[in-house]
Design a protein around this ligand. Sequence first.
Ligand code: SF4
Length: 366
Amino acid sequence: MQEQNRLNQVKAEGKNFLRSFEEEDLKQLLESRGFPVYRAQQITAWLWQKGESNVDKWTDLPKDLRAWIKEHSEVDTLRLTDNLQSQDDTVKFTFALADEANVEIESVLIPSRDGKRNTLCVSSQAGCAIGCTFCATGTLGLLKNLKWYHILEQLVHVQKATGKRITNVVFMGMGEPMQNLKNVITAIRKMHKYFNLGYRHITVSTVGIPKGIIKLADELPKVRLALSLHSAIQYKREQIIPLAQAISLEQIVDALKYYYEKHGRWLTYEYVLLPGFNDSKEDANALVEMGYKVPAKINIIPFNPFPEAPFRAPTKREIYRFAAMLERKYPYPVTVRMPRGRDIAGACGQLALLHKRKILESLQER
Ligand code: SF4
């Protein structure tokens, strides 16, 4: 019904965003305007596989169709507003939504050091409602759920801007993917179809929403799952992840077990190391217990501070002391992931936060 309304809107003359159309919608639209339906496949290829936003370059389409498209629609739903390259080759992109210029999202391209992989960290929401105390995005609150095409379009613009083919995608940018799961699932299916990305090359990271974990396991069991754990001790988790006050670790473990049975491979526990808060022997022992409940490798991520953050960055000594404590007893691999892109505000939400501050300051100066 919604799709039909959208078609009617275009038919009635208003402009619309071409990337927001499913191929089936495009077919109906073209047919209603007297164009052959097979053109929908060519348009879809230009939009996603070839990633070309300039309709004049769609030269396998007849001129009258190109003219009609330009008259009645915009192509992109995102506008690139910033693009910063780190000394370590990480590139951070900021986009504004084309129809809401004040709403910004971020993506980060992380090329592997051997040049074999290009991992894109995408946003699933603008801002985030969860409000984790160690996360810059959490301070923004939820601004908007992204549609599937906003998520997918991040890949298009990053590939175009860098000339690099994205080989892996992680949902670890702005937002909690499980709170926008319908759009996330659609975007993942289209990444597979249009970008030839294997499901095992896509990772969804969550703070732990059991219903979402179970739905993802049912719909896309090959996709990798990462739990943003950060503490395996319930009362500590509640202090840094407000949602943990409503969802216990036991509930999350039950959902993870379900996922693991369907997925068949180790999951990942993400652990942002917050010195003096979650780096004691007791914290390491609790993590070991988690490992025996659901098999998962651990990524230790040294905290990357942002202005007014309530924690500092751990020292190298603190990081390796904790990793060593864990490695002695933990049954699966433990890896330290040094944060990349520090010189370009690499922490999730940091750049959008800086932009938001600039906007607020300029408003105050008026
Ligand atoms: S860590 Fe993730 S879930 Fe928590 S506030 Fe940041 S974006 Fe949201």
